[in-house]
Design a protein around this ligand. Sequence first.
Ligand code: DGY
Length: 325
Amino acid sequence: MQPAPRKSVLVFRELPPDQLARLHAAHDVIVANPRKPEQLALFEQALPRVQGMIGSSYPVDAGLLERAASLEVISSISVGVDNYPLPALRERGITLCHTPGVLTETTADTIFALVMATSRRLVELALHVREGRWNRNIGEDLFGWDVHGKTMGIIGFGRIGQAVARRAALGFNMRVLYSGRRDVQAPGLEGKTTRVSLEALLAAADIVVLTLPLTAETRGMIGRGELQAMKPGAILINGARGAIVQEDALLDALNDGRLRAAGLDVFATEPLPLDSPLRLHPRVTALPHIGSATHETRHGMAELATTNLLQALAGERPAALYALG
Ligand code: DGY
């Protein structure tokens, strides 16, 4: 049998050495991270001749696709595909792959860490100790809020939303509501979750958690009206994408005391600009988009993305193909 022809692959974000070695064994590899100014020229030079691209966290727009005339496959090291121009990919017949599943539990852990941090004021109280302000027993002004027994409302009840629900219902005895177009039979949660309208969820939840993808429909969907419809003193957790929330409306809801706190792993602009009022807000716990950022999970994502790319370039169906419709 003839060996499969070698193709050219552009790696636009760091890959672990073992995964890079798998690519080198099968194809010609160019590593160029366009976020690094010194590598941008190499990235642009490579674009027209590569058949495959692998990476993440870089906006691949329709203009960039035009410069990538030989492109057959993009393998994203992410579950979210909001960085890619889906209609243009469909039109060009370019395959898109992503990394669902391998990051579910880790991302749910991060989201639950934000639930705990905001409710129990963990960052604020850890700073209290670190900065030498713990000179007497803390008083009510620094007390937190129980998580167990509360109501959680999850908007976006896919894999990650369901994994958060398992932690809430089974670990913390919480009542779990979710919104969405259809009933979901989440494994392990039989009889423990209820689908309600978005309005009912916002009105009833003590903690609202966003775990839905960013699309044209969800962009800006949590605005002034939705924040005002939340239960007074509720907490908002965003582990999805920053642009789902209108940040100016969120700031107002925090400032006027409507919301108790917000736990945010994602922002409309990332990295979060230094002058963003969310950065130093006393009732915001902000993380630098670390939903999936553990050694094990980031390696698992890189491995799945590499497998996807190798399969797609060999003309096979990739393990995690994103259906472009
Ligand atoms: C994902 O996989 O989509 C994470 O948010 C990282 O971008």
